[in-house]
Design a binder for this molecule. Structure first.
Ligand SMILES: [Zn+2]
Length: 467
């Protein structure tokens, strides 16, 4: 492969050689070497090896695997950093009681929470994520993790240039997992998002909470639950919940904001789509999308496809709540819920995400859960099916970020965001959770090296011991 950029004289900042480097370009290329200069991929294979002798740093992969940096397209980093290692599902379940007061109150605590999350994500090979919902509706909120002051902390750290993760941040004008008021939303979106360097902190749109979750019977559904209830919208306004919801989506769309709607129930998803259909919405640089989309049945997936609406889904949450949701939805409907296989098959923009700290931010566990979800849908475990899943955490996630031209693959000219793994997660039968993340690189800079970078868990334990 010949890259014109490789002929430039300056030494490369980083060269990785002797491994299996999955570029995740359209041709599904695997290179054996890669070179990064000034934050960008400049060469592969022989051209990259030529740059090794003069490079500032060379990593001998010794047969190991490289993937593009993982992009978790729905992850509450501030909340995760404040709670870690406590999660809601999985190991360390809910060891923090939210009633015992806010997790963070001071600027120092907010900075510490974000920086702890960034160290944790770097140790996992994650180089980008979406922080889905920060704004004035959560000022004085119970956790302290989602209010305006957290947005200010993000902006401070962004301006200081200390980020080790690229962030897409959605503004929130209601409450997290709670009600949202139409007038507050209308006023809120009139204020422009702060100016930032989009490659590190991009603030393209808004998060709207439509409903709750199926196991709690709070997802708004077309067919009632076993007890006869149907859930409801969380939006509020003078002409009722549905009018408020429809107006919010339309206002944000007309203001050219990306709209991400927390919608698990099929009725909520249908109403979101109908507003966009009436607005003649089509493909956009920052696509609108449904967060969770648990009950996105076939007719809804076709409508999403027609107007370019994506879905950010969480296989780990599906695994943890499936049996519980069967009790409220009935077995037949629960069997059609979490239609990841269908979404991939129909080619809609789909991101596989953690929703951490709800589930672990460890994408390796998400891949394993997604492999099981696909196999339940009759899709055999293969390199192709695994590649399709990892695309959901790289290529499609970059598309959701409106960043397809510069991140998500390791093609020449793309940012040098990658992770080095002890084994290849694309090999069928591999338990991905058993693979080590050996190094993480963001913009050509090594932000984590196993055995060298201090362990974030050990740090948390030490902090607790001295508290
Ligand atoms: Zn969430």
């Amino acid at each position: 492969m010949t890259d014109a950029l490789a002929t430039a004289d300056a030494p490369a900042d980083l060269v990785l050689t002797g491994g299996r480097i999955h570029l995740f370009d359209d041709a599904a290329t695997a290179a054996s070497s890669i070179a990064i200069r000034d934050g960008l991929v400049v060469a592969h294979d022989d051209d990259a090896r030529t740059l090794a002798p003069r490079a500032r740093r060379v990593i001998d992969l010794d047969g190991r695997t490289v993937l593009p940096g993982i992009n978790d397209a729905h992850l509450h980093a501030a909340w995760l950093g404040a709670r870690w290692p406590a999660l809601f599902f999985g190991d360390h379940e809910a060891s923090h009681d939210e009633d015992s007061g806010p997790l963070v109150t001071t600027n120092r605590e907010r900075r510490a929470a974000l920086q702890r999350a960034w160290r944790l994500l770097a140790s996992l090979g994650i180089t980008s994520y979406t922080e889905p919902g920060i704004g004035p509706g959560e000022d004085g909120g119970p956790t302290g993790c989602f209010g305006t002051s957290m947005l200010d902390t993000y902006l401070d750290l962004h301006r200081e240039g200390v980020q080790t993760s690229r962030v897409t941040l959605l503004r929130l004008f209601g409450t997290i997992d709670g009600e949202g008021d139409l007038e507050a939303f209308r006023t809120g979106i009139q204020a422009p998002a702060p100016a930032t360097d989009d490659r590190w902190l991009c603030i393209p749109g808004v998060k709207i909470f439509a409903d709750g979750i199926p196991p709690m019977r709070t997802a708004w559904v077309r067919e009632p639950y076993a007890d006869g209830s149907s859930g409801a919208l969380l939006t509020r306004g003078p002409d009722g919940a549905l009018d408020a919801f429809r107006q919010m989506v339309r206002l944000a769309h007309d203001a050219d904001l990306q709209v991400a709607v927390h919608a698990t129930g099929d009725r909520s998803i249908a109403e979101f789509l109908s507003v966009l259909e009436e607005a003649d919405a089509g493909p956009r640089r920052h696509p609108h999308y449904v967060v969770h989309a648990d009950l996105a049945f076939d007719d809804l997936i076709e409508r999403m496809r027609a107007i370019g609406v994506g879905a950010a889904v969480q296989p780990l949450i599906a695994a943890f709540t499936h049996a519980w949701a069967s009790g409220t939805l009935g077995a037949e409907r629960a069997a059609r819920a979490w239609p990841l296989a269908r979404m991939i098959d129909r080619g809609i923009l789909t991101t596989v995400t953690s929703d951490a700290p709800i589930a672990t931010p460890d994408w390796r566990a998400s891949v394993d859960a997604a492999v099981r979800l696909l196999s339940e849908a009759g899709i055999a475990d293969s390199t192709a099916s695994r590649r399709a899943l990892v695309r959901r955490m790289t290529v499609d996630a970059a598309r959701q970020d409106g960043a397809s031209e510069w991140k998500g693959t390791l093609s020449a000219g793309f940012v040098g965001d990658l992770c080095v793994l002890s084994a290849d997660p694309l090999d069928p039968g591999t338990r991905v959770a058993g693979i080590d993340v050996d190094a993480t690189v963001v913009g050509g800079r090594i932000v984590f090296e196993r055995g060298t970078t201090p362990d974030v868990d050990a740090e948390a334990v030490a902090a607790e011991a001295t508290a």
